[in-house]
Design a binder for this molecule. Structure first.
Ligand code: TTP
Ligand code: MN
Ligand code: MN
Length: 644
């Protein structure tokens, strides 16, 4: 198109969920651009978002990586070097296409665009609000209404959802979870909450009390038969799209496609929930606190009522074996201890209770039996773990909420350790084994036996330097790296990988962050105590506390395993390491008697010292080779940091 000029523009995306990141956008007339990086950033929590890492994660393929510093040489070289460059470019274009296909991104985004009525590009560049505005406009125009423009004002915070005080502990019995289906949307639908149905107290007084509802937060809305709201209509459409997605999900058998379809129904669920969010967003396009306050007020009343109904129905007095107890609940869910011993019984009672209680609420509000946790480790509000059962034969998975098994700013050591301990506690049901495992990992850490790739912490660089109030490890490192090599230093929006290195006592942690590659190349020692104190100990204490109570700290963090000296000095001779299952003398190869404790035969024993030195030399040689290879691997294949 001759008259339109293509330009590169800087665009800053900023949202609560995504933080701040800078993009370059180009206009290409007649084309719809769909940036897969943005899709993946939005939908998946990964430790690294390089094309290489993402491709490896989803496709099991890697790119033909070429370091930026050699591109010019490759271009100016010969046919072969240019071929390498070309393959690199081709593969760079092919991988996103393969990802697009596998993740069904285009299909899912197209559906969202149709349901919400926004252009495809908005789904990547804009937030949730614009989708609600678009649906409101579409619905309003059908009814010949216009949407008012309001000036945003900051108001008081309002009360949110109710979290039931947890009865903390380790439950070795099945716990049933009941949860309302699409709670906030169904409240808005059941009570016809909308801008167009809101009444003033004065208007309500003039009307027939049968014609309106007074909400628990004291607002008035007319009933559906008087005038149906726009928001309930919008929600109906979103929820029916979600229902279709859930039906497709149910039919699918391929595990990967199941995940993708689950993502699709989740995206629709979030769009439905953001209608409520939109009415409560005080600096948004059309806040209406009467609506959002009423929604949460209804929610609080309902969860309280659900708890009471469960606990008053399932009692010994009513002919059940045990008095039931709601041990925890959040927003629209209750976790119930029915006092039964099998998953099957818990499911039966759970389903029965959900149906009974659903009858006590207006349509389309529906309480559902969701799953059974068995066993269940309830650490605190929003922090728990358990085996997740949806059928009585076998558990589906281990489910962890608010626990350091997934958070990316912890190092993999923490995630792996916590997962392994939870596995031992929940699956093997052996808390002692979990403690022993934790102890051995702690002593490995303190003795430097943990691989550096397990100690890498990553944090996103979201603001420019001067916007950070306090000094932070990853920001300081990014600055230092930029001074060393501006080309490879992390940029705004990148996740910065770092390790904490040993330094003089009292050096603040933000000064001790270092690039893992630099650490490997220069053999810089790691501050293992930092990892114990600041990374591992809190998450570990948290999961063991419900089991060992006040003894936890002494069991876990104080003991021989934390004293490096006792761990390091072996009671046996220096060659003990080599005696494991040795059948022949390390030097002369004569066979050794059974259960013989030394590596040499009695004849060669006199040379023990020199043999040992030799072995150490060999070991050092291999260690050096290994370190070099490792560094080289990581240099060219960034993602190996995670995958090795
Ligand atoms: P959920 O029980 O997670 O969601 P849901 O009830 O809408 O859907 P489901 O059928 O899967 O149970 O959360 C309960 C309420 O909390 C939800 O109705 C609205 C609110 N909420 C938000 O406002 N934003 C969110 O992102 C989520 C997850 C929930
Ligand atoms: Mn729910
Ligand atoms: Mn819920």
């Amino acid at each position: 198109m001759k008259r339109s000029q293509t330009k590169v523009r800087r665009m800053i995306l900023q949202s609560k969920q995504m933080g701040k990141r800078e993009n370059k956008v180009i206009n290409i007339e007649g084309r719809v651009q769909f940036d897969l990086l943005l899709v993946i950033l939005r939908e998946y929590k990964l430790r690294s978002y390089t094309l290489n890492a993402v491709s490896y994660h989803f496709l099991g393929e890697q790119k033909e990586d070429v370091h930026h510093s050699i591109i010019t040489d490759l271009q100016n070289g010969n046919e072969q070097t240019r071929k390498r460059l070309a393959v690199y470019c081709l593969k760079d274009a092919l991988l996103p296409l393969k990802l697009l296909d596998k993740l069904m991104s285009l299909i899912n985004y197209m559906e969202m665009a149709r349901v919400t009525g926004v252009p495809l590009s908005y789904l990547l560049a804009r937030g949730q609000q614009i989708k609600v505005v678009s649906q409101l406009l579409r619905q309003a125009s059908k009814k010949d209404l216009v949407m008012p423009a309001v000036r945003p004002e900051q108001g008081d915070d309002f009360s949110g959802a109710l979290v039931i005080e947890p009865i903390r502990g380790y439950y070795g019995v099945p716990i049933a979870t009941l949860d309302f289906a699409s709670l906030y949307p169904s409240i808005m639908m059941a009570h016809n909450l909308c801008y167009t149905t809101l009444l003033t107290a004065h208007e309500a007084k003039e009307m027939d009390p049968e014609a309106y509802t007074k909400t628990p937060s004291g607002s008035y809305f007319v009933k559906q038969n008087v005038r149906k709201g726009l928001l309930p209509d919008i929600l109906e459409q979103l929820l029916s799209a979600r229902k279709r997605a859930k039906a497709d999900l149910k039919k699918e058998t391929d595990p990967f496609r199941k995940k993708v379809l689950d993502g699709r129904q989740l995206a629709l669920k979030i769009s439905a929930n953001s209608v409520y969010g939109f009415t409560g967003a005080q600096v948004g396009k059309l806040p209406c606190l009467e609506i959002s306050q009423s929604v949460t007020a209804f929610g609080r009343v309902m969860i309280e009522k659900t708890k009471n109904l469960v606990e008053s129905t399932y009692t010994v007095a009513n002919g059940y074996n045990k008095d039931s107890m709601v041990i925890y609940g959040d927003t629209d869910s209750v976790m119930v201890n029915f006092g039964v011993n099998t998953v099957e019984e818990a499911m039966k009672l759970g389903k029965e209770a959900a149906d009974k209680i659903s009858e006590k609420f207006e349509k389309p509000i529906k309480l559902e039996f969701e799953k059974v946790y068995y066993p269940y480790l309830l650490i605190n509000k929003k922090r728990y773990a358990g085996l997740f059962w949806t059928r009585p034969e076998k558990f589906d998975k281990m489910d962890c909420k608010g626990i350091e098994t997934v958070r990316r700013d912890n190092c993999p050591l923490v995630a792996n350790l916590v997962s392994a301990c939870l596995h031992k506690i929940l699956v093997e049901r052996n808390p002692e084994a979990a403690v022993n495992h934790a102890k051995s990992v702690i002593s490995d850490l303190l003795c430097n036996r943990v691989d550096i790739s397990n100690l890498i912490i990553t944090k996103e660089l979201t603001k420019s330097d001067h916007e950070y109030a306090a000094k932070q490890a990853h920001v300081e490192l990014a600055n230092r790296m930029a001074k060393r090599d501006a080309g490879s230093a992390p940029k705004l929006g990148d996740r910065v990988p770092f390790v904490i290195i040993a330094a003089a006592k009292g050096t603040p942690a933000y000064m001790k962050s270092e690039d893992p590659l630099y650490v490997l190349e220069n053999r810089i020692p790691i501050d293992t105590q930092y990892y114990l104190d600041n990374q591992i100990s809190k998450p570990l204490l948290r999961i063991f506390e419900p089991i060992f109570r006040e003894k936890t700290e002494s069991v876990l963090l104080r003991g021989d395993h934390t004293r490096t000296k006792t761990v390091l000095t072996s009671k046996v001779g220096a060659l003990f390491k080599y005696t494991n299952k040795r059948e022949t003398c390390i030097k002369c190869k004569t066979s050794l008697p059974d259960k013989y404790e030394f590596a040499t035969c009695s004849y060669c024993a006199k040379d023990e010292q020199s043999i040992f030195e030799n072995e150490i030399l060999k070991l050092n040689h291999f260690e050096e080779k290994f370190a070099k290879l490792w560094t080289q691997c990581q240099r060219c294949q960034g993602s190996l940091l995670e995958e090795l």
